[in-house]
Write a protein that binds this ligand. Structure first.
Ligand code: 5GP
Length: 130
């Protein structure tokens, strides 16, 4: 059965997309730790990050690098934190989180955003993505 993230890639479930190419996809986390919290995923459906083949893993990191650069231009923060957990959704995803305080990296601190805020953030990050 397709993962929830594959359904997002295929447009069967809506998302706030920020970037996409042939192999990778990036979209805003629906329950963000901080404004701009973005998930970067390979289109290939693999559960654990270190089960990716090395070139897909490297490509994912390069794509995440470009998304992080766009995030830095779009969100006020001290830096972009990066984390891979994967206990909730069995489809590789890299969390890119604009952080100001250590708590921004804790997945117990959550930010409530309106639809308008999500839309504005996604379009700003997408505009800055190169
Ligand atoms: P992890 O698997 O690394 O623990 O976290 C999964 C992440 O995916 C969580 O931060 C959660 O908020 C996010 N997430 C789960 N379901 C959806 C969804 O349907 N849409 C989006 N945009 N994010 C989701």
């Amino acid at each position: 059965m397709a993962t929830i993230f594959t359904k997002i890639i295929n447009g069967e479930i809506p998302s706030y997309k920020v970037a996409e190419d042939e192999n990778y996809f990036a979209f805003l986390d629906i329950n963000p730790n901080a404004k701009g919290h973005t998930l970067v995923i390979p289109k290939q459906e693999v559960n654990k990050i270190f089960d990716l083949d090395e070139s897909t893993y490297s490509g994912l990191m390069s794509f995440a690098y470009r998304v992080a650069k766009a995030l830095e231009k779009s969100v006020v923060c001290k830096r972009i934190g990066m984390s891979v957990v994967g206990l909730e959704v069995p489809h590789v995803h890299v969390h890119l989180i604009p952080i100001t305080i250590m708590d921004d990296m804790r997945f117990t601190k959550k930010e409530k955003l309106s639809n308008e805020e999500f839309v504005a953030l996604a379009s700003s990050i997408a505009r800055n993505f190169e």
